[in-house]
Design a protein around this ligand. Structure first.
Ligand code: HEC
Ligand code: HEC
Length: 241
């Protein structure tokens, strides 16, 4: 292995100019046509449908492979918790992802299985009807208390105007619920939104995130993950699926 080191070094040197010229941390996948107007039209149609939770259950099955039947997602933040999220926010994300306005290559084909705006509205209504599973992923290092306290101050100053005092967001204004989401998912989204990798978001939010380096965002995420997701908690006896 040690003998390989000079080789490795050479390889890095050759790669370095290309790497240095690359202004972004990673590039968005090329190819698929982004269509903000399609996303907007589909969102409006789905919102007008209202949505029926019972009819959305069958359509959710394909989603549960990743987000789990309970909507818990994964504690490591690989898949977000969907339970507790406002249907209006879910609808916007689904429409954005379908139209490649929010890139999510792993999920795209699944979300394309929803046939029409009514299906989208129904699946969102079903997700909104789920109880809140306990035990989300949190920040657990020894400085958690200090982080949470710092995060609270930043959140109240820069984020609470839109996401509301307890991270409950707003169904009417389409502000996401942030309270009780998995720590790692929150952190990834904040950095992605700040750095332009997640698009079609409120430019005022991008500005408020740009004020903060990763270290501060860690504190905000630690604070939000420690809050309780609004909604009906799942009965304690029910094992998480
Ligand atoms: C193959 C795994 C997978 C499947 C299947 C899947 N998703 Fe996802 N979903 C993800 C991942 C990963 C993310 C987070 C993407 C990111 O980090 O930007 C996500 C994000 C989302 C979001 C955004 C959440 C938020 O808080 O903004 C919604 C809404 C969503 N999925 C709904 C669905 C629905 C509805 C289905 C079924 C039709 C589905 N997903 C199927 C992996 C999946
Ligand atoms: C001007 C209003 C506004 C402000 C201020 C704002 N946000 Fe947001 N935020 C939104 C909206 C709207 C969304 C929904 C994203 C979309 O439109 O697709 C969102 C989404 C998010 C998400 C993604 C949630 C998910 O489930 O994927 C995170 C994380 C987030 N905001 C964190 C923050 C933080 C942290 C701050 C403060 C530094 C902040 N926001 C300030 C409006 C705002």
């Amino acid at each position: 292995m040690l003998k390989m080191l000079p080789l490795l070094f050479l390889a890095l040197l050759t790669l370095a100019p290309a790497w240095a010229a690359e202004p972004t941390r990673r590039t968005l996948p090329p190819g698929p046509q982004k269509s903000p107007s399609m996303a907007e039209a589909e969102r409006a149609l789905a919102l007008a449908e209202g949505g029926d939770a019972a009819s959305g259950k069958a359509a959710y099955e394909v989603c549960s492979a990743c987000h789990l039947p309970s909507g818990f997602g994964r504690r490591d933040g690989g898949y977000p918790m969907l339970a507790g999220q406002h249907s209006t926010v879910l609808i916007k994300q689904i429409a954005d992802i379908r139209a490649h306005v929010r890139e999510n290559p792993g999920m795209h084909s699944f979300v394309m299985e929803l046939r029409d705006p009514r299906d989208i509205a129904n699946v969102a209504a079903y997700i909104e009807s789920l109880c809140i599973p306990p035990g989300n992923g949190r920040y657990f290092l020894p400085d958690a208390d200090a982080r949470i306290a710092e995060g609270k101050l930043i959140y109240e100053k820069d984020c609470a105007d839109c996401h509301q005092a307890k991270g409950q967001g707003s169904k009417e204004k389409v502000f996401s619920v942030l309270a009780g989401q998995h720590y790692r998912y929150l952190l990834r989204q904040m950095a992605d939104i700040r750095d332009g990798y997640r698009q079609n978001v409120d430019p005022d939010m991008v500005d408020s995130l740009k004020k903060h380096k990763n270290d501060k965002l860690e504190s905000v995420a630690a604070y939000l993950a420690a809050l309780e997701t609004p909604g009906t908690p799942c009965p304690p006896a029910k094992p998480r699926q």
